[in-house]
Write a protein that binds this ligand. Structure first.
Ligand SMILES: [Zn+2]
Length: 467
């Protein structure tokens, strides 16, 4: 059956973003694990599977079922071979592996077995399982919460595979020495937290924490997206052999992934710099994050986000645009807003507030229009305090919409309708306005001093009102 290209809309935009970041990471040989959580019928698995044709092919040693990189062979058969021998075997280009395992999979099939019929004298002969065959590619697991529940031994294997970059796979056979293989596999998982046995973090918290990015899938929230879905004609698509003429013209992956296709062609990933490191270190210590993986994943995701957007370096935009993906499995929406507010202190970001809008389709055009062109640090935030207040409110709305499916937005923002008169000055208007009516947890930090005026030992202390 031909696969229908899903429609990209505000409700599934975070999933598209996460998939694109993970595909970009894969292109550079690094796993960025992603977990899509959401109700049935929100198209999680459709979007994940639709990304498959976009994965760039890999080059492997000819015929190697473990997908040995000719420059770094790792399988028992090829590692340690002389370069001349490897050259004689040759190499081939194959599609990036995309393999699926289900909750009912047998552990031997997933992990692999030692081939008792071919036990060589000096090296183990293995029959590779699904994970070993997914090396340098994607391992897709639908209903991962169910897998963690009914197959805890498979969950243990995943913990090992996802524990480090790259991970490791241990193959055991009674009475034989254990074989260990490095595996570089990106895990994509989907689950419905409302179905048995409940959310993954409650079934197996450790496994939930292994995912670098967590996406909460929403329903389309604007009528335009629903109309776009209704505009499709299944009868015409069936007549055209499964894909609509427009989809056929758009080629593999459809139009929805056009931004990713452009980013895949870029030749370098923006480098992490001292600014980014010190900011993430400050977030880690100040907000008491549980796991170092969080800031590692965030740094990686923000760099890939910059790559995705075609920016030369990571700035505040990229940190904020990836914040919900990285933090939503680890913090409450209120805590995430606190982190976002901390990051948005102008002195930290040295960026006008309005630049912080996450790249979404539903964004009002003004946010883009008010963006200073090539403005360096000297470029002043444009607009009146009133506009700043409106921008602040719009930003919070978008942020909260992405964080918790929209519930907190109703709680906090209805009374935060900004009165421009409440603004105290340029840059202060937004804070003054959004402080009104917000629960205490969302109260913005004190007014920031310019970064260069803050003594180094005070830079990451709790923000307090100025004397
Ligand atoms: Zn090999």
């Amino acid at each position: 059956m031909a696969m229908r290209e899903p429609v990209r809309h505000a409700g599934n935009e975070p999933l598209y973003q996460a998939v694109e970041l993970s595909v970009l990471a894969r292109r550079w040989g690094v796993p960025l694990h992603l977990h899509a959580q959401g109700l049935r019928g929100t198209g999680k698995t459709t979007v994940l599977r639709a990304a498959r044709p976009l994965l760039p092919p890999i080059r492997r040693i000819r015929g190697c079922l473990f997908n040995c990189d000719p420059r770094r062979p790792h399988c028992p058969e090829h590692r340690g071979l002389e370069p001349e021998r490897l050259e004689a075997i040759g190499s081939e280009e194959v599609p990036t592996p995309f393999l699926e395992i289900s909750a009912s999979a047998k552990i031997g099939t997933v992990v692999g077995t030692i081939d008792l019929g071919r036990l060589a004298a000096d090296r183990p002969a293995l029959l590779p399982g699904t994970i070993a065959q997914a090396h340098r590619g994607i391992l897709f697991i639908d209903e991962i919460n169910r897998l963690a529940d009914v197959a805890p031994e498979l969950a243990d294997v995943l913990l090992d595979v996802m524990g480090t970059r790259p991970g490791r796979l241990q193959i055991e056979e009674a009475g034989l020495p254990r074989v260990e293989l490095p595996v570089n596999v990106t895990v994509w998982a989907a689950s419905n937290p409302d179905e048995e046995p409940g959310p993954l973090e409650e079934v197996r918290r450790q496994l939930a924490d292994r995912f670098d990015l967590l996406v909460h899938m929403g329903r389309p929230s604007d009528p335009g997206a629903v109309e776009a879905i209704l505009r499709r004609d299944p009868l015409a698509e069936a007549a055209a052999g499964g894909a609509s003429p427009a989809e056929a013209a758009a080629g593999a992956g459809g139009e929805a992934f056009a931004p990713l296709r452009a980013a895949l062609g870029r030749e370098s990933v923006p480098a992490p710099d001292g600014w980014l490191r010190s900011l993430l270190a400050a977030v880690y210590t100040r907000f008491g994050l549980e796991s170092l993986r969080t800031v590692e994943a965030w740094q990686l995701a923000a760099r890939l986000e910059a790559l995705r957007r075609g920016r030369p370096r990571v700035e505040g935009d990229e940190l904020l645009a990836t914040l919900p993906l990285v933090l939503s499995g680890r913090m409450s929406p209120e805590e995430q807003v606190e982190v976002a507010r901390f990051l948005r202190e102008p002195a930290l970001l040295e960026e006008p507030l309005r630049r912080a809008a996450p790249a979404g389709r539903a964004e009002e055009p003004r946010a883009e229009a008010s963006r200073p062109g090539a403005g360096g640090p000297a470029a002043a935030p444009a607009g009146t305090p009133g506009e700043a207040a409106a921008g602040e409110e719009g930003w919070l709305r978008r942020m909260l919409g992405r964080l918790g499916g929209g519930q907190p937005a109703e709680a906090g923002l209805s009374s935060a309708a900004a009165s421009p008169a409440a603004s105290g000055g340029p840059g202060g208007g937004g804070e003054a306005a959004s402080r009104q009516g917000l629960p205490p947890a969302w109260a913005p930090p004190g007014r920031a001093r310019p970064w260069h005026l803050v003594p180094p030992d005070e830079r990451f202390r709790e923000a307090r009102p100025e004397p």
